[in-house]
Write a protein that binds this ligand. Sequence first.
Ligand SMILES: [Zn+2]
Ligand SMILES: [Zn+2]
Length: 208
Amino acid sequence: MYKNGFVVACARTKQGTIIDPGDEVEGLLAFVRDRGLTIAHILLTHAHFDHVTGVAAARRALQVPIWLHRADAFLYERTVDMGRMFGLELEAPPPVDHYYSAGQRFPLGDLEIRPYHTPGHCPGGVCLAVTDNTEGHGTPPDLFVGDTLFAGSIGRTDLPGGDHAMLLASITDVLFPFGDAARVHPGHGPSTTIGHERKTNPFLTGKG
Ligand SMILES: [Zn+2]
Ligand SMILES: [Zn+2]
């Protein structure tokens, strides 16, 4: 069940956020303490149980609001049941505080995070796009895509609420426009770029 959770923070102000705290939550919290970061929120790319098993611990440690897309609330509420199906006894995550809305921005010092709805792997999947607004910083965005897109693969769509055509549309219509240089950080496995996946991913070649 190896998956990725992330800490994103502004190097100048040390304001940050935690994305998808799962079983690796203690490592994420240690990183936050070591760097002296002030975490503003817990942002979820989607609510499959492997991405939320650390939400309760993160919430206890940080006392910050939890954000999710509304269309994944039904999955979030089923976390304990889903874990049992995989033979795991999980702690129920605390209630979501807020749902994302279109056009929303989360400022973090010199950084800004915006959620983009990318359904297909599940109904409420989002891409969390991080841009650096420092003057003269033309760096490509960092995309935290959850299980929508992987290095060399795409998200499965055989789980409740999955839709293969919708997943492909989310990748080509929402993720590709960020440009080939945009860095992609999936929920499982290594990071990649939009350009690399657009040109070499067997599920995507010839689609944009
Ligand atoms: Zn998932
Ligand atoms: Zn996953």
